[in-house]
Design a binder for this molecule. Structure first.
Ligand code: COA
Length: 254
C-alpha cells in the first residue's frame, strides 16, 4: 500500500491552533508552492513542522476546514471543499468544484478531476486517477500494490498499478477496487462489490468478485435494450446501443 494519512486525535487538536491564512486568487487552480508554504507562520506547537495548512478560506477559490491538512506543493481548483480531518499530500492535484468529505486522504501525486465527490473515509492512493464527475461512496477502498508484504516494502511509483476511474463513474459504499483496473465511463459499482477486472462503460456490477448485472445510463437509469440493441434513458432521453458486450452513447450519431 502507498502512503496513508497520518491520523492522531491529539495531533488534530493541536493543528487547530495553527494560524489561519487566506488566499485571494479566484479562477484557475491555485498552487501551493514550497516557497509560499515556507513564508507562512507555523505554530510552535505544531506536531509536524514540515506539514502546514497554508490555505484556509471560506470563500473562493476553495475551502479547507481548519482540521484538514494540506501539504505544500498541491493543486486545488476553485470551488472545491475539503472537510474535517482530511489530508491532501504533496503532489496531489484536485480539480474544481470537488467535495472531499470527512477523513479523506489524497495521497502523493494522486489525481482528482473536476466535480468529483468523495464521501467520508476514502483514501485515494498514489496511482489512482479520478476523472471528472466521479463519485466515491463512503468507506470505499482503493489499492495500489497488488501483492503487499510488510517485510518486503514496495514504496514508489514503479510498484504502483494504475487505477483509472473514468468520467461520471460511481463507486458504491464499501466497495473495493483491486489496483490495475479501469472503471469505465458512467459505470456503477454496487455497494460492497470487489472489482477485480475492467468494468465497461455504463456497466452495473455487484458482488465479490464484481459481476455485470445490467447497464445504467449517464443519469443512472436502468437501460432496457430492444431486440435491435437500442435503449433510451427515461430521464434524459439519451440513446444507447449495446453490441459486442459494450454500450455506447449514440445520441449524437443521428
Ligand atoms: C447496485 C444498486 C445501484 C442496484 O440498485 P437497484 O437497481 O435498485 O437494485 P435491485 O434491487 O433492482 O437489485 C437487483 C439485484 O441485484 C442485487 N443487488 C443490488 N445491489 C447489490 C449489491 N450492492 N451487492 C450485491 N447484490 C446487489 C439485488 O439483491 C437484486 O438481486 P435479485 O435479482 O437476485 O433479487 C444498489 O443496490 C447499490 O448498491 N447502490 C449503491 C448505494 C451506495 O453505495 N450509495 C452511496 C451513497 S450513500
Amino acid at each position: 500500500m502507498g502512503k496513508t494519512a497520518p491520523s492522531s486525535t491529539n495531533a488534530g487538536k493541536k493543528r487547530l491552533k495553527t494560524p489561519v491564512k487566506k488566499t485571494a486568487k479566484r479562477g484557475a487552480a491555485a498552487k501551493i508552492s514550497q516557497s509560499a508554504a515556507a513564508n507562512l507562520k507555523i505554530s510552535k506547537s505544531a506536531p509536524r513542522p514540515e506539514t502546514v495548512r497554508p490555505v484556509v478560506s471560506a470563500s473562493p477559490p476553495f475551502f479547507v476546514h481548519p482540521t484538514a491538512v494540506v501539504d505544500p506543493g498541491v493543486e486545488i481548483g476553485s470551488g472545491t471543499k475539503i472537510w474535517h480531518f482530511s489530508h491532501v499530500q504533496t503532489g496531489a492535484r484536485i480539480g474544481k468544484n470537488c467535495v472531499l468529505g470527512q477523513n479523506v486522504n489524497i495521497a502523493e501525486n494522486a489525481t482528482v478531476g473536476n466535480f468529483v465527490k468523495i464521501q467520508n473515509n476514502v483514501s485515494v492512493y498514489s496511482g489512482v486517477i479520478l476523472e471528472d464527475y466521479v463519485f466515491c461512496g463512503p468507506s470505499m477502498v482503493f489499492t495500489n500494490v497488488i501483492v503487499p508484504r510488510s517485510k518486503y516494502p514496495q514504496h514508489g511509483a514503479s510498484y504502483y498499478r494504475t487505477t483509472r476511474v473514468k468520467e461520471g463513474a460511481s463507486l458504491g459504499a464499501n466497495s473495493t477496487i483491486v489496483c490495475g483496473n479501469t472503471i469505465g465511463r458512467f459505470a456503477f459499482v454496487g455497494a460492497g462489490a470487489v472489482v477485480t477486472k475492467e468494468v465497461p462503460d455504463f456497466a452495473l456490477v455487484v458482488g465479490n468478485p464484481a459481476r455485470l448485472i445490467g447497464w445504467l445510463s449517464e443519469a443512472g437509469e436502468k437501460l432496457k435494450f430492444d431486440t435491435d440493441g437500442f435503449a433510451s434513458c427515461p430521464r434524459s432521453g439519451r440513446r444507447y446501443r449495446l453490441g459486442n458486450g459494450r454500450v455506447r452513447d449514440v445520441t449524437d450519431e443521428g
